[in-house]
Design a protein around this ligand. Structure first.
Ligand SMILES: [Zn+2]
Length: 422
């Protein structure tokens, strides 16, 4: 039976969202947490973008490294796949491999709806040109050493299905690994996306990615319906998610909610299951980190990780849940890694920032287990990196970030190096 895999796009769709962004260190932490959750692939960024490529190269290097002796087990980038996003044109493929020579996994994106072909290219390209551009880009990516290639049909939900099949078959003929069905505007509903994804799986014969947006409030429901259609059509499904649902406009399908919906919703998991080792116990950690890093509060009623997801007050509910949690809860808070009290200092606090000195810094680091410095020079070097990280994120680093910098100073240095116009 085909399975459902998770392909998270927080570091691409999430960071390209208006008003929102992440520092390169924060993007790295997201990749590390996604690996901990068992996500199949992180779309970790834009290989053609100048300010991005050092971060991409550094993450690929980290993925190749053996875990440092004594480093905590979660601090690694294996076995998650790191995939870049580029436009499906040969020039982007060439630039991507020039800037990020070690990139192995790519998604190549091009618009397929008549609305976008006419609206964006203004008569300069037609349907045939789109397929020609895409197949040439796929060929170029294979020639440069790609190991997997997803082909993205932007605005697939407003694309004529027969043309989409023709587009998918052309991708398949050029050995593309997957077809991404982008419901770019959140236009689908579970009934329409089930039908289109099943037809694509059957008629094209490639695994299908579901890339859904929440403009009509159905991103998660559509993702499940599309995945079901794909599996019923005989292919693996790859649901695109983002942490806390952060993404363009009304956002994308939320990672934690998708996992919960697949695993816990009525009868779904009887036939449709997550592939790989998905581990929800890191859900709380990644959601809270993304909340802090994006500076966007998790809604109080967010599934699983919202403040009220396990809160009960009214008499009948409180009485019922105390007698047996299953009376009013579908799943336990422990499964999501919740339950530990959060310690908040309310007295004197020393934080590490861009103007910190060694004394305050040593005090902060002294509280973190798994970290000790061999010498004052080493501590000074790490402090310098922490200062730069703070310049880029404008907020005190969390403990995991400090630990990461202390353990992988050379990787951190690459993440923090930005050279405009070079
Ligand atoms: Zn999107």
């Amino acid at each position: 039976m085909p399975k459902i895999y998770l392909l998270d796009v927080t570091n691409r769709d999430g960071v390209q969202t208006a008003r929102l962004g992440l520092s390169k260190l924060e993007k790295t932490m997201i990749n590390i947490y996604l690996n901990g959750i068992g996500v199949f692939q992180s779309e970790f960024g834009f290989p053609t973008t100048r300010h991005e490529y050092r971060y991409l190269n550094a993450n690929l290097e980290l993925a190749e490294m053996e875990a440092e002796v004594g480093a905590p087990a979660w601090l690694k980038l294996k076995p998650i796949r790191l995939g870049g996003w580029i436009r499906a044109i040969v020039a982007d493929v060439e630039l991507a491999f020039e800037r990020v020579p070690g990139i192995k996994h790519l998604n190549l994106s091009i618009s397929t709806s008549d609305q976008m072909i006419n609206g964006k290219f203004q008569g300069r390209k037609n349907r045939d040109d789109i397929i020609k551009d895409m197949t040439a880009a796929v060929d170029a990516a294979w020639a440069k050493g790609a190991e997997s290639i997803g082909v993205n049909a932007e605005d697939a939900s407003r694309t004529d299905l027969d043309y989409l099949v023709e587009f998918g078959l052309a991708a398949k003929e050029h050995k593309a690994t997957r077809l991404r069905y982008c419901d770019t505007l959140g236009y689908d509903n579970p009934f329409t996306i089930y039908k289109s994804n099943k037809a694509l799986a059957e008629r094209v014969g490639l695994p299908i990615e579901q890339h859904c947006h929440g403009d009509l409030g159905m991103a998660v429901a559509n993702s499940l319906a599309g995945a079901k259609g794909t599996i019923d059509g005989g292919q693996d499904a790859y649901i695109n998610t983002t942490v806390n649902g952060i993404g363009e406009r009304a956002g994308n399908a939320d990672l934690v909610t998708v996992i919960l919906a697949v695993a816990k919703s009525k009868e779904f998991a009887d036939s449709y299951q997550l592939g790989g080792k998905v581990n929800l116990s890191k859900a709380w950690k990644i959601a809270k980190f993304a909340e802090y890093a994006f500076d966007v509060k998790i809604p109080i009623n967010q599934p699983g990780v919202g403040a009220n997801a396990f809160a009960h007050e009214s008499g009948i509910h409180a009485d019922g849940v105390l007698k047996d949690p299953e009376n009013y809860e579908l799943y336990g808070y422990e499964e999501l890694g919740r339950g530990d009290p959060i310690k908040v200092d309310t007295g004197r606090e020393i934080t590490a920032g861009e103007y910190s000195g060694i004394s305050g810094f040593s005090h902060v680091m002294g509280k973190i287990k798994d970290v000790s410095f061999k010498s004052r020079e080493e501590a000074n070097e790490v402090l310098e990196l922490v200062r730069y990280a703070n310049v880029l994120s404008h907020k005190p680093l969390v403990e995991d970030e400090l630990l990461f910098i202390a353990r992988y100073p050379q990787i951190a240095k690459q993440l923090l190096t930005l050279t405009p116009l070079a």
